[in-house]
Design a binder for this molecule. Structure first.
Ligand code: NAD
Length: 256
């Protein structure tokens, strides 16, 4: 379905971003990966689908590096057809104790980076009369949890940016939508599981049950593969007129 197209997924060396990159590659898209950590492992996992893969190590908190990455991707593949704004970090703390440096980093990486990639990707998408922008928000783009002020603010902002982008592209072949996952067992959430296990003196398995039990009626983690399938749907012809939605995949979290 995406043969000959190019997708750029920010934060795609791990977790949800890697799952979405693999799902798009399985549809034939060439990929530009981004993020830190196990770069070779991510490249190999995506290249296994028989597509071309390249990588740019831009730090998503740095607008200059984001611009460099977007120019690199366009130079390498001609154009970015599918942009997935996925890179994100978390910090859990009450507002009074929240480190101001963490607030700035979360706003920059989880929100402002999507503004920069979007503004730089849109001209070529408009010229091609086709494009997909998929913002990985969160249930925390729809509802709040205590001790996640920066994350909730950034994700609500990302849902807002999604709607504005959808309106500004509404009469074109470019669509913009957000995906709002509940708990997904990635390194980002494993850190919260480990912190809870330590604080409560319980096993990691019990900490996972507690996390799910507080928020997610299904008592199941959503998987990166399931989120990848939703991203593929947004890229399909059936998604041509799906614009500005914030689509939750959250085991009933926000239905309560
Ligand atoms: P993860 O920690 O597994 O992956 C995060 C990715 O972002 C990694 O590739 C990392 O290298 C990259 N990254 C981090 N800082 C970066 C920076 N400054 N520049 C470039 N890349 C950077 O986390 P994940 O759970 O897969 O999260 C991916 C996205 O999904 C995030 O936006 C997160 O907020 C969102 N999300 C996650 C969950 C969940 O339960 N895991 C739920 C809802 C939304």
């Amino acid at each position: 379905m995406l043969k000959g197209k190019t997708a750029l997924v920010t934060g795609s060396t791990s977790g949800i971003g890697l799952g979405i990159a693999q799902a798009l590659a399985a549809q034939g898209a060439n990929l530009v990966l981004n993020g830190f950590g196990d770069i070779d492992g991510a490249r190999a996992a995506v290249a296994a689908h028989g597509v071309e893969v390249d990588y740019h190590g831009a730090d998503m908190s740095r607008p200059d590096q984001i611009a460099d990455m977007m120019a690199f991707a366009a130079g390498r593949f001609g154009r970015i057809d599918v942009l997935v704004n996925n890179a994100g970090i978390q910090h859990v703390s009450r507002i009074e104790q929240f480190p101001t440096e963490r607030w700035d980093a979360i706003l920059a990486i989880n929100l402002s980076s999507a503004f920069h990639t979007t503004r730089l990707a849109l001209p070529a998408m408009r010229a091609a009369q086709w494009g997909r922008i998929i913002n990985i928000a969160s249930v925390h783009g729809l509802v709040a949890s205590a001790e996640k002020s920066a994350y909730v603010a950034a994700k609500h902002g990302l849902v807002g940016l999604t709607k504005v982008t959808a309106l500004e592209t509404a009469s074109s072949g470019v669509t913009c939508n957000a995906i709002c996952p509940g708990w997904v067992l990635t390194p980002l959430v494993q850190a919260q599981v480990d912190a809870r296990a330590l604080a409560q003196g319980v096993s990691p398995e019990e900490a996972k049950r507690q996390l799910l039990g507080e928020k997610e009626p299904s008592m199941q983690f959503t998987t990166p593969a399931e989120l990848g399938a939703l991203a593929v749907f947004f890229c399909s012809a059936a998604g041509d007129n799906v614009r500005g939605v914030a689509w939750n995949m959250d085991g009933g979290w926000t239905a309560q």
